[in-house]
Design a protein around this ligand. Structure first.
Ligand SMILES: *Cc1c(COP(=O)(O)O)cnc(C)c1O
Length: 422
């Protein structure tokens, strides 16, 4: 255990000792109306903007201005290959092989495209298992897949619920569900890190369990990518998707990542929706050939991608690459542990952390449950210059992000919270 200490001096000292502290200067930190930097705790919702992002986007605007269509081949970063510039770093962050990863489309769109390939219901085995408190978009997406295949979305959906009076999903319950209903379940689709509780699921354990019962497994890692070591390849999952605008700091609505496990890389029998960008790169522009599918995750692309959005992703990935993702995860564990320590020291029964206390079962986010669902606490935090988010029914989500949040941010947060609670 770390021996965290109370007090301002400790926070200051930790920032001085932190070899990653300089990265904060590489980001635009929003300011309040008095011109003071806010304490930004919502990198789990929209990551902050790296200062280099503008340059990366400007480079592509300039090539477009100066070269027009020739930018596809003659640009400094030829657009025809632009998505390939992202693959290696992205694969590294999610723990996958480059062949298994592609950046394309938006998140929920990718989830649907993956389900087109991997959700193959039969009259006996058509159900989908999802965690009860899944992100709404994921729940709507799987329900619509059920309806699309002609099944009832109530009958077809099996929920993995937390027990009465508990907040976190329990693996024993998942085992029980699979034992009882495994042969009716076609697909298990779970949010890798739950958006509400911050619980980081054991992807490998879930994938093994689901495969044992003959189900396909996919994860939505929107709250995991850039936050925790997902080790997607080793997890054995069939597919995964995530967005780049949360912990990956690539701008509002920016493109999504998709993972397809290597064992499916050359499987041309998988049903899928295709477009010219799923076709063999060498012959794509002959335009008259029969469809010749690309191997790996790239074979799920449809369209030529939006370069300006990819430029923002590239800028952000370059920051991750220089900082080093392992180092970031190490700092994250310590910083969030410090946050937890200070909150627990408040010893105030109006608030309760519902995120797992085991660092291996969470990322940077702590979800603070507020007694009597009193949203006023969140609003007072906002007035005090702290940006967090309120999630119904009763949680304030706070995410100290190791790239740009400091120990002083965490200290300042808890000091202001203490004043408000008293
Ligand atoms: C943020 C998030 C989404 C949002 O989906 P978009 O298609 O990017 O709007 C979906 N699912 C999860 C789990 C998320 O965290």
């Amino acid at each position: 255990m770390s021996n965290y200490k109370l007090g301002l001096d400790y926070a200051k000292q930790q920032d001085t000792l932190d070899e990653l502290s300089g990265y904060r200067q590489q980001f635009h930190i929003p300011k309040d109306n008095k011109g003071n930097e806010v304490i930004y705790m919502t990198g789990n919702s929209l990551g902050l903007q790296p200062k280099i992002t503008k340059n990366y986007i400007n480079q592509e605007l300039e090539d477009w201005a100066n070269l027009g269509v020739e930018g596809h081949t003659e640009g400094k970063n030829p657009w025809l290959h632009y998505h390939e510039f992202l693959t290696e770093t992205m694969a590294n962050i999610v723990g996958a092989k480059p062949l298994e990863v592609v950046v394309m489309n938006s998140l929920t769109a990718n989830l649907h495209f993956m389900m087109v390939s991997f959700y193959k219901p039969t009259s006996k085995r058509y159900k989908i298992l999802i965690e009860a408190d899944a992100f709404p978009s994921d729940k709507y997406a799987v329900e619509s897949q059920l309806r699309h295949h002609g099944y009832d979305d109530k009958d077809g959906l099996i929920l993995w619920k937390a027990r009465e009076g508990e907040e976190l999903a329990n693996y024993d319950d998942l085992e029980t569900i699979l034992k009882q209903h495994g042969d009716e379940i076609a697909m298990v689709m779970i949010g890798g890190v739950n958006y509400y509780t911050g619980q980081f699921f054991d992807l490998k354990r879930i994938a093994a369990l689901a495969h044992h019962h003959g189900c396909v497994v996919g994860f939505d890692c929107a709250h995991g990518a850039g936050n925790v070591q997902l080790n997607l390849h080793d997890s054995g999952a069939d597919f995964a998707v995530w967005c780049s605008y949360k912990y990956l700091n690539s701008g509002p609505g920016s493109l999504s990542g998709a993972f397809v496990h290597e064992r499916h890389a050359n499987n041309k029998d998988l049903n899928r929706f295709t477009g010219w960008w799923s076709h063999n790169k060498k012959t794509r522009f002959r335009m008259r050939d029969d469809f010749d599918q690309l191997p790996g995750a790239e074979g799920w692309q449809l369209s030529n991608p939006p370069i300006l959005s990819m430029a923002a992703i590239r800028a952000s990935l370059d920051v991750f690459k220089t900082a080093g993702f392992e180092k970031l995860c190490k700092k994250s564990e310590h910083l969030t542990g410090y946050f937890e320590f200070l909150l627990n020291e408040l010893n105030n029964s109006d608030i309760k952390i519902i995120t797992p206390s085991n660092p291996k079962e969470r990322g940077c986010q702590l979800s603070i449950q507020v007694k009597n669902a009193d949203k006023a606490l969140h609003d007072k935090l906002t007035d005090a210059g702290i940006i967090t988010d309120w999630r119904e029914p009763d949680v304030i989500r706070c995410a100290p992000v190791p790239l740009y949040n400091s120990y002083m941010d965490v200290y300042g947060f808890v000091e202001r919270l203490k004043t408000i609670l008293n």
